[in-house]
Design a protein around this ligand. Structure first.
Ligand code: ADP
Length: 189
């Protein structure tokens, strides 16, 4: 099963992607985790990505698309996966479609975790205290990430809806219930 998880920052995407990946034996690939690791290790990628992440902006498409291309080419994704945090723009979604096609592959479903703005802002400020992510602690950076989500990422909901692979799941409630809802939306069981 090849899946993309979509949702605003703070929607629980990462938590749920991890749980579903484990349950369904899929590879979980979080571009946010990958970039944070690169920044921490001071790699060439990390050095390029740092300033965008700190400002709550997206890193340039070609940077992240290059990384996903490498993953697809390496065969790492051949046994099924959940992409978490990618694609985040329509050009990224188009690039993904193209690279998968080249590999005789495609996405099965795009899962949208639906959570209202007010809830998201609350969650991110409490996450800042728990996980210590700098981009969660600053209210103006959080607001910017939500704006960026609306302007640059929300349009890919229409993209996947147009491809008839979009599934929307309510992201409010307790973590276990949401995992069950997602599993049901993905497998029909
Ligand atoms: P969030 O909780 O805001 O969804 P993530 O952990 O997914 O955060 O990503 C953190 C940051 O990493 C983003 O704000 C962005 O700067 C960068 N990033 C992650 N994935 C991508 C991507 N696909 N394209 C561009 N930038 C990305």
């Amino acid at each position: 099963m090849n899946l993309v998880f979509l949702g605003p920052p703070g929607s629980g995407k990462g938590t749920q992607a991890k749980r579903i990946a484990e349950k369904m034996n899929l590879l979980h690939l979080s571009t946010g985790d990958l970039l944070r690791e690169a920044v921490k290790n001071g790699t060439a990628l990390g050095k390029k990505a740092k300033k965008y992440m700190e400002a709550g902006e997206l890193v340039p498409d070609e940077l992240i698309v290059g990384i996903i291309e490498e993953k697809v080419a390496s065969g790492e994704l051949d046994n099924g996966y959940i992409l978490d945090g990618f694609p985040r723009t329509v050009p990224q979604a188009e690039a993904l479609k193209k690279m998968l096609k080249k590999n005789n592959s495609k996405l099965d479903k795009a899962i949208l975790i639906d959570v209202a703005d007010a809830e998201v802002i609350n969650r991110l400020s409490s996450r800042a205290k728990i996980e210590g992510r700098a981009d969660d602690a600053d209210v103006s950076v959080v607001k910017n990430r939500l704006d960026v989500y609306k302007k640059q990422t929300q349009p890919i909901i229409d993209f996947y809806s147009g491809e008839s692979i979009l599934k929307k799941v309510n992201g409010l409630g307790n973590i276990d219930d949401i995992t069950k809802r997602l599993h049901q939306a993905i497998t029909g069981k």
